[in-house]
Design a protein around this ligand. Structure first.
Ligand SMILES: [Zn+2]
Length: 226
């Protein structure tokens, strides 16, 4: 199966799907990460462009993903980009890649780029209804520690985990290693992007489903095949 993640920033793909990517690729599936803002501008650590690209390449390698596709959209400024530009950019990649499953941000994440990514990805995921290509089997929202958990559920809308991928201790370790490849991303406990909390998330999400460590997702659309 071919799994495509569509995220806003370099590191989101690992925070939300890194352990799953590691497990899936070890089982022979393919994972491609499309990162809409591949630019260094406004990143806290402020690496050079080459450094960011090399960090991203190391992270993909660690979890067994293909080289990431880095988009041109401005970090923390997706609200200034026409919705259609984001949709068409994602659609073009869906058309080229033809994924079976797509994982993207939850639309109620605190980070505004995540919101715009999610909305554009939801529109783009419908490409099969406008063009004769194979339909996707599923679209899911991922959980990003320090963004999904920081959203205020003011209108009752929040991430509701209902889909799980078991990742085991090995998957969690690969995720931590890939996150460490991105310089300046990990923080000290009790920040949500600390080793302790990332591990705890995996333990708690696993426990919710009776699994040994898991990443959790919220299903937006799903075709059941038997
Ligand atoms: Zn992000």
């Amino acid at each position: 199966m071919l799994f495509l993640t569509v995220t806003a920033h370099p590191d989101d793909e690992i925070l939300g799907f890194g352990a799953s990517a590691s497990v899936l690729t070890r089982k022979g599936h393919e994972v491609i990460n499309l990162i809409l803002s591949g630019q260094v501008e406004a990143r806290r650590h402020k690496p050079s462009q080459t450094e960011l690209e090399s960090d991203s390449a190391s992270a993909q390698f660690i979890v067994g993903a293909e080289p990431a596709i880095l988009g041109p959209f401005p970090n923390i400024k997706f609200n200034t980009v026409p919705h259609l530009d984001l949709v068409q950019f994602i659609e073009k990649r869906i058309d080229e890649i033809r994924p079976d499953y797509i994982f993207t941000h939850h639309p109620y994440d605190l980070n505004n780029d995540h919101y715009h990514t999610s909305k554009a990805c939801q529109a783009a995921a419908r490409l099969y209804q406008r063009k004769p290509i194979k339909p996707i089997k599923g679209l899911y929202f991922m959980e990003i520690p320090s963004s999904t958990d920081w959203a205020f559920p003011v209108d009752g809308q929040k991430f509701t985990p209902n889909t799980y991928i078991e990742v085991g201790e090995e998957g969690v370790m690969a995720k931590l290693q890939a996150l460490a490849a991105y310089k300046g991303v990990m923080r000290d406990f009790p920040h949500p992007r600390s080793e302790e909390v990332i591990k705890s998330y995996a333990a708690i999400r696993g426990a919710e489903a009776g699994l040994k460590y898991a990443e959790a997702f919220q299903v937006a659309y799903n075709i059941l095949e038997f």
